[in-house]
Design a protein around this ligand. Structure first.
Ligand code: SF4
Ligand code: SF4
Length: 439
């Protein structure tokens, strides 16, 4: 299958557009009075300019390209000390803005090709992908353990390998294999059953979405997985009538929607299949009056935007031919695909739930610290950063931090423990499951 994954060299033209102004270090909340706060988890932790935001990372990219930097331990660590959260990308307003995460991942791909990357812990993760088709070294037969209670209750979930259904619930490896995250696929399936939805899962035949391989720079492993999935999705559409893939994981959703679209055959293989995140899927039902939210919850919650369903879905308007400004000029932003409003509207629609916003939200959200291979490569830092985000949530007076990603959910939970916070960390589907009556 042909792919359009850019090399660092192909991105060189954009790499030289950075003016080193440093705007990318902070999230601005324009006033009056104007306020700003750190936006880069790497800058917050490591402090020095070189590691901070896209400014520092782009300086490294220049050094790699002109040969003045070698792949020593310091450089490798700096390139991987980044959650690929896109916070810096949101702040920068110059012409390389649309390509900033690609530049950082391009350096990682270069490191992998040079035999210098990824980090040793990432190598174990990639090996697990090759051996088990998931990053958790989980045997295939355990992939459906989370679904056992449904079978026990006489409400088994359809197996798409044997039966047809229009909706495929793509569970994702974190929900399936991380014991602490299993309540998320369970709540998702419970909500779907309560709604009487005709859906199924791939069961033991589901494999990783490949997001982690892509984020740590192993493009070959990502392509192996993505090609398998794209062909499987097309087969499920043809043979089982699947027309919608729902993901409750922000990482899987981003990978299938955006990373897979780098395949030349994407449109052909995904023809007739829509990819949606649970927050979007349930919000559409809510708007149609098909989500009967009730119950007596009395909660003050705050909402954490996962980067992968937020600013990662930005679309950048570029003056390709130079009709407005000059060829390649960045001229505007289309946020219509970013899922900022849907989860918030659902939270506000739950009777008794009050939403209190943190200072850094939506495009200016502060990453939980777990993405981009950081939880695997720098676990201590990931948890510490999550603690900072939980503390920000506490300052709103909320007792619950809601998110829409099992990965954020897990990391924020670890962060809450680390700082001894009483903050409860929940996924949106868990709350909805609590207030949705049984059919
Ligand atoms: S990446 Fe953008 S905001 Fe950051 S230093 Fe470069 S030009 Fe300035
Ligand atoms: S992507 Fe996030 S962690 Fe990485 S440099 Fe930019 S703001 Fe920092």
């Amino acid at each position: 299958m042909e792919w359009h994954i850019p090399s660092l060299k192909e991105l060189e033209h954009f790499i030289w557009r950075c003016t080193a102004c440093g705007t990318c270090k902070v999230a601005y909340d324009y006033g009056p009075p104007s306020t700003c706060a750190d936006i880069c988890p790497a800058g917050t932790e490591f402090g020095f300019e070189g590691a901070m935001a896209s400014k520092g990372k782009i300086a490294f990219a220049r050094g790699i390209l002109d040969g003045s930097l070698e792949w020593d331990e310091d450089l490798i660590n700096s390139v991987y000390q980044c959650t690929i959260c896109g916070g810096c990308q949101s702040q920068c307003q110059l012409d390389h803005k649309p390509y900033i995460p690609e530049i950082i991942e391009g350096m990682r791909r270069e490191a992998v090709e040079a035999g210098a990357g990824p980090l040793p812990a990432h190598k174990n993760l990639v090996q697990s992908l090759k051996s088990y088709n998931n990053p958790y070294q989980g045997p295939r037969r355990l992939r459906t353990d989370w679904a056992r209670p449904f079978k026990k209750a006489g409400q088994p979930i359809k197996d798409l390998n044997k039966e047809s259904a229009p909706v495929m619930f793509f569970v994702g490896c974190t929900g399936a294999f991380n014991q602490a995250s299993r309540q998320i696929p369970q709540a998702t399936a419970s909500v779907f059953q309560k709604l009487g939805l005709d859906f199924g899962i791939l069961g033991e035949n589901e494999v990783c979405c490949g997001s982690t391989a892509m984020r740590v720079g192993d493009a070959a492993e990502f392509k192996r997985i993505a090609e398998h999935n794209l062909e499987l999705f097309a087969k499920m559409h043809k043979e089982r009538g699947v027309n919608t893939i729902v993901s409750s994981c922000a990482g899987c959703y981003r990978a299938i929607k955006k990373d897979y679209a780098l395949a030349a055959d994407y449109d052909k293989l995904m023809d007739g299949i829509k990819v949606v995140h649970t927050s979007e899927f349930l919000y559409d039902l809510h708007r149609q009056g098909k989500l009967p939210l009730s119950g007596g919850l009395q909660l003050t919650v705050t909402y954490h935007d996962p980067c992968h369903i937020g600013r990662h879905l930005n679309k950048f308007i570029v003056d390709t031919e130079g009709k407005e400004l000059w060829p390649g000029a960045y001229v505007g932003l289309d946020e219509s695909e970013c899922l900022y409003d849907q989860p918030r509207e659902l939270l506000k629609a739950i009777p008794g739930v009050k939403l209190e916003e943190m200072k850094r939200v939506r495009a200016n959200s502060y990453c939980c610290g777990g993405g981009g291979g950081v939880m695997t490569g720098f676990g201590e830092w990931a948890t510490k950063n999550a603690g900072l985000r939980v503390a920000e949530g506490e300052s709103t007076g909320a007792g619950v931090m809601v998110s829409t990603c099992p990965f954020c959910n897990y990391n924020l939970g670890q962060g809450a423990k680390r700082i001894g916070s009483a903050m409860q960390v929940l996924d949106l589907v868990e709350l909805i499951d609590q207030v949705l009556p049984k059919k």
